[in-house]
Design a protein around this ligand. Structure first.
Ligand SMILES: [Zn+2]
Ligand SMILES: [Zn+2]
Length: 178
């Protein structure tokens, strides 16, 4: 026999799923075809801000003008040998995490959590590390910057974690161009 209260609990989303679903819905506003990223700011279970990756307001976006691809070169020492890595990024957009910082107040960020659909890149992680946020939860990995981002977050004492078993809302899923 099913008890109505417990069957309701079974479909009730846990907080991680609830806020990550919102981040995914926010990401559908993005107009960069390479990657739709959404981020939300949460303080004490309250939603205090949402943002997605995009060109500044009032200027051409990636769908109108195409992505603006830049190639970055990074020199890393692997097993004592210097190696050169090349990375391509769309630099037309302001990243979701950066827009979130532009549109929220410092006071609202102190002690807060950011849910973001994608693991932050190095620049976003660096900014988040100085933003007052104490926890970052992401879903899709971004291996290009992962090692140094994890190291930074550990040094800062920011909880940095990939969400547990999770699938994005169907209407927000996309194939990501890395
Ligand atoms: Zn783009
Ligand atoms: Zn970024």
């Amino acid at each position: 026999m099913s008890n109505p209260a417990s069957s309701k609990d079974a479909i009730r989303k846990d907080w991680d799923t609830y806020f990550m679903d919102i981040a995914y819905m926010v990401s559908t506003r993005s107009r960069c075809p390479r990657r739709h990223v959404g981020a939300v700011l949460v303080q004490g279970k309250k939603l205090l801000g949402t943002a997605y990756n995009g060109a500044p307001m009032g200027v051409h976006d990636c769908l109108e003008a195409g992505c603006m691809i830049a190639e970055e070169i990074e020199v890393k020492t692997v097993d004592g040998v210097e190696q050169v890595f090349r990375k391509q990024r769309c630099i037309r957009t302001i990243h979701a995490e950066q827009n979130l910082l532009l549109f929220t107040d410092r006071a609202n960020r102190e002690g807060s959590t950011v849910y973001v659909t994608d693991q932050p890149c190095w620049t976003c992680a660096n900014m988040l590390a100085n933003s007052g946020v104490v926890e970052v939860v992401y879903h899709r990995g971004y291996p290009k910057d992962s090692d140094k981002v994890y190291e930074l977050m550990e040094q800062k004492g920011i909880v940095f974690r990939q969400i547990g078993p999770y699938s994005a809302p169907e209407q927000a899923e996309m194939t990501v161009t890395s």
